[in-house]
Design a protein around this ligand. Sequence first.
Ligand SMILES: Nc1ncnc2c1ncn2[C@@H]1O[C@H](COP(=O)(O)OP(=O)(O)OP(=O)(O)O)[C@@H](O)[C@H]1O
Ligand SMILES: [Mg+2]
Length: 374
Amino acid sequence: MAKLVIKDLNKIYENKVEVLKNVNIEAGHGEFLVLVGPSGCGKSTLLRMIAGLEDITSGSIEIGERVVNELPPAERDIAMVFQDYALYPHMTVRENLSFGLRIKKRPQDEINERIQTASKMLDIDHLLDRKPSQLSGGQRQRVAIGRAIVRKPALFLFDEPLSNLDAQLRSQTRIELAALHQKVGATVVYVTHDQVEAMTLADRIAVLNKGRVQQLGSPLELYNNPVNTFVASFIGNPSMNFFKGNLEISGSRKVFSFNGLSFDFSDAPTPTKPGSYVLGLRPEALKVLAKEGRESQGAVDCKPKVVLIEPHGHETHLVASIGGQQVIIRSANPKRLQVMEEATRGSELATTIDRKAMHWFDSTEEGGRVNEIS
Ligand SMILES: Nc1ncnc2c1ncn2[C@@H]1O[C@H](COP(=O)(O)OP(=O)(O)OP(=O)(O)O)[C@@H](O)[C@H]1O
Ligand SMILES: [Mg+2]
């Protein structure tokens, strides 16, 4: 277990492609840090630099209070699990697990004990004498994780380790990984594309875009307080809906106009200065009004036109258009659902905007969060 500190890290490949820009990240002892971001944003490059498989252009990486910039991978006390688990095909599971320890010339008793503990933990102890070709995808995955665990590294690096598994096995293995992390208490840096994996496994998430860290925080911090429109749209599924419009303020009256529609936000938290803004609303912040007791449900702010209804079982998504822009509305409330599910294509549903769930961003390309709200 060790702390990881990345300071002002930059990476420029020989072809002058700037892949990482001023990356600053810390993962504390035993922390589960998840890196997310779109394809090509530099996640694997960053992991490979931590592992020592890729040169550092500038900046520093410390593992357990030791700068490792110049250390070869074998001396960094890390274990890495890749997407394509790369087990040795000619070796049994037991030999795969023990390989790293045998290289390090650990005593046989210790090797046996570590294999027994890890294979029990991962429920592969009955598979020790099989070859990888005689295992299922999920079992192979667990062997790859086991191979990392037996080494008791200071730091675990995972690069999309579950992406080859089917949906069910994936969520099963995700739960096992979380349990495993609680048991072993190791420091982990984990790369994934998967929203659910990021939100459920992480102590903290770093969102990367184009080689820069956009935000580093707990899953709920990122969900509730995204620093810009990129993080807001990346975290949460379905994505946040955005409305670019103009806010007018005269006395206590505040009106937001968007694509020819006007919203009376006099009673809502808005930026304190008038101007051009982007309003962000998560799919659950748009609330279709139920038939009964409308007065108590809030003002009718808009009437989205129904495009498509998607039942998911535990909740329903409504694809609709507001002012010609497509939005997604989500609900699990039976009374709202009734209205949504009975709606026909093209009909308009009276909808209110949850005043407590409004996000305001400036209208620059960066789309930074507006913090002066009242
Ligand atoms: N050896 C290399 N030489 C030049 N450019 C590279 C090299 N390796 C990667 N890149 C570029 O660096 C960028 C980041 O790549 P990286 O593999 O880190 O992305 P990633 O975030 O892991 O993406 P994915 O989610 O698709 O795995 C990409 O634009 C890629 O084309
Ligand atoms: Mg990658």
